[in-house]
Design a protein around this ligand. Structure first.
Ligand code: CA
Length: 229
């Protein structure tokens, strides 16, 4: 079973998260000091890291940057301020998801499960031979394996981006408001803002456009977004 490293300096919060994760069958290790994280990651192989942003010693940003130099372990970043998420998304640290405190532990476990499912799919190379351009639909989404492809090319999406793309693809051409998108991409969207949707859309659009340059997701001023693939 997956081994999850929890880096959090608030013992109560760390304990709560550990309890929920262990009840879901995961093994957990807890660290409460930023300076201990990189040595632990070099020594032990973890399947996922839950990383608090503000820590004694090195902070989460610094740790995430360094660990990406030697590891592709999925990272879920915790932050105490929702406004911080936009800034973090803009920094492109290579974290797989961002969660704002206070959070629902169930939501965190659900997101961690989704990330681990995606990571194991990628590791086993289950995607197989990619269909060439022109064969099959332009956009292929497999919810079970969390596999998304555009024109046969695999898309490397975060869980939130995957849900966003799935939502758009469920009704091609339909305009979704930010509120509707929030409803689809987060189980509990009280923790995020409209601007968070904008950041996720921007990142998803950028990934789509590395495969297909041009307008992929159109912003409809004052209304929302629609997929144009
Ligand atoms: Ca903290």
């Amino acid at each position: 079973m997956a081994h999850i490293l929890i880096v959090e300096d608030e013992p109560k919060l760390a304990r709560l998260l550990a309890d929920y994760l262990e009840n879901s069958g995961y093994t957990t290790t807890w660290l409460d000091h930023g300076n201990d994280v990189i040595p632990a990651l070099r020594q032990t192989s973890f399947d996922l890291v839950v990383l608090d942003l503000m820590l004694p010693g090195r902070d989460g940003l610094d740790i995430c940057r360094e660990l990406r130099q030697f590891s592709q372990v999925p990272v879920v970043m915790l932050t105490a301020r929702v406004e911080e998420i936009d800034r973090l998304l803009g920094l492109e640290l290579g974290a797989d998801d961002y969660i704002c405190k206070p959070f629902s532990p169930r939501e965190v476990v659900a997101r961690i499960k989704a990330i681990l499912r995606r990571a194991s799919g990628a590791a086993s190379g289950e995607a197989g031979a990619a269909p060439g351009p022109g064969s099959g639909p332009a956009l292929q989404i497999d919810a079970d394996s969390h596999d998304a492809r555009l024109d046969g090319h695999p898309l490397d999406l975060t869980p939130v981006e995957f849900r966003l793309l799935s939502t758009f693809a469920s009704a091609p051409g339909r305009i979704f408001s930010r509120e509707q998108l929030l409803d689809h991409i987060y189980d509990d969207h009280r923790v995020v803002t409209d601007r968070t949707v904008d950041s996720h859309v921007k990142n998803l659009r950028r990934k789509l456009e590395t495969i297909r340059p041009g307008d992929t997701i159109r912003s409809i001023y004052g209304v929302g977004y629609k997929l144009e693939i």
